[in-house]
Unconditional design. Structure first.
Length: 115
């Protein structure tokens, strides 16, 4: 589910992950993501990756960061995983960045459980 609202003069979207966690995506962060030409047109894939990831890991270098992965065929740079990086501090969660990659990084497995 996507909701837009204004906060301190900036437009912000609230996305929800597979567990229902509300995650902020500001226009500033979206613009940062879209600076990379291969990410143009992938805005809806960011939302889909959060809601229906194939794997979620806690970053080994930053325990407050979760990496959500989903595989996409036929992106601008071929068949790739989309990684959406979410920072979680207390009850606040927000998108830091998103990028296409050939492989998933290692980390503490959050989803799916029991793999």
């Amino acid at each position: 589910m996507l909701r837009d609202f204004m906060c301190d003069g900036y437009r912000m979207r609230i996305l929800h992950d597979f567990q229902g966690l509300a995650i902020r995506l500001t226009d500033e962060r979206l613009a940062h993501i879209l600076e990379h030409p291969e990410m143009i047109g992938m805005e809806s894939a960011v939302e889909l990756t959060l809601a229906h990831p194939e794997q979620v890991v806690e970053s080994l270098s930053d325990p407050e960061a979760r990496l959500y992965y989903r595989f996409y065929f036929g992106t601008a740079v071929g068949d790739k995983f989309l990684c959406v990086v979410v920072k979680i501090i207390g009850e606040e969660a927000f998108v830091l960045t998103a990028y296409l990659t050939d492989r998933m990084k290692r980390g503490v497995l959050i989803w799916p459980k029991g793999k």
